[in-house]
Design a protein around this ligand. Structure first.
Ligand code: B16
Ligand code: MG
Length: 217
């Protein structure tokens, strides 16, 4: 039986991808090249340092570790300027209602995000107390598609991986769930999230019953 739901943050609960994109774009522009919104897709669910490597490769730049650390810090400052303006209005459609269903059903919930800013974002949108466990970028050493973030979530909740459903918008995140032996619900396009057990356009288009029926299929 399904005992717990593990939620990704960016793309499932809030749309911070647009802020990451704006901050990375500002950094790329400062180095003399540009990145498109389409290019930004591959950065979803990928850690800050890995994202920087992908962007620098795109711009054809090889930089020292010291310079890269400076760039990552500067990007994060620009990103946090945008995050500081967030309010509960930045929650994606359907989040509040879906969490009410999860609570009413007596299921556990955890956050599984590779972001080091996850707690700050949850605080901004008033959801810091809504999770039984929070696993973020400060608690893991490997980003998605490694299953570490979700396996730690299951362990902290005291449930087995096969009792968990991961809700994710990124290809890397669905892959992480599958490698961890968990069911996966994709938020996005079925043509993109091909490995998900079920795909919905948003949490507003998903019911808890649909998720729970995955375990008897
Ligand atoms: P930070 P998630 C991920 O969050 C984002 O999707 C990804 O674009 C970002 O680079 C990563 O967090 C690290 O974020 O720079 O704040 O530590 O989707 O796992 O919730
Ligand atoms: Mg995500």
């Amino acid at each position: 039986p399904i005992k717990a739901l593990l939620f990704d943050l960016d793309g499932v609960i809030v749309d911070t991808a647009i802020f990451h994109y704006q901050a990375w774009r500002r950094m790329a522009n400062s180095l003399g090249f540009d990145i498109s919104e389409e290019f930004n897709e591959q950065l979803k669910g990928v850690s800050r340092t890995e994202s920087l490597d992908i962007i620098l490769a795109h711009g054809g730049l090889t930089l020292s570790d010291e310079t890269k650390a400076e760039l990552a810090a500067r990007k994060n400052e620009w990103y946090l300027e945008l995050v500081s303006q967030m309010t509960p209005a930045n929650m994606l459609p359907g989040v509040t209602d879906f969490f009410a269903q999860v609570k009413a059903a007596g299921l556990k919930s955890a956050l599984g995000s590779v972001s080091k800013n996850a707690r700050l974002i949850l605080e901004r949108i008033g959801m810091l107390d809504d999770f039984d466990a929070i696993i973020d970028g400060t608690k893991i050493s490997r980003g998605k598609p490694d299953p570490e973030v979700f396996l730690k979530g299951a362990a902290e909740l005291g449930v087995q991986p096969d009792e968990c459903v991961v809700i994710e918008d990124a290809v890397a995140g669905i892959e992480a769930a599958k490698r961890g032996g968990m069911l996966a619900v994709g938020i996005g396009e079925p043509t993109v999230l091909t490995r998900a057990d079920l795909v919905a356009g948003s949490l507003a288009a998903l019911t808890l019953n649909q998720v729970l029926s995955l375990s008897v299929m």
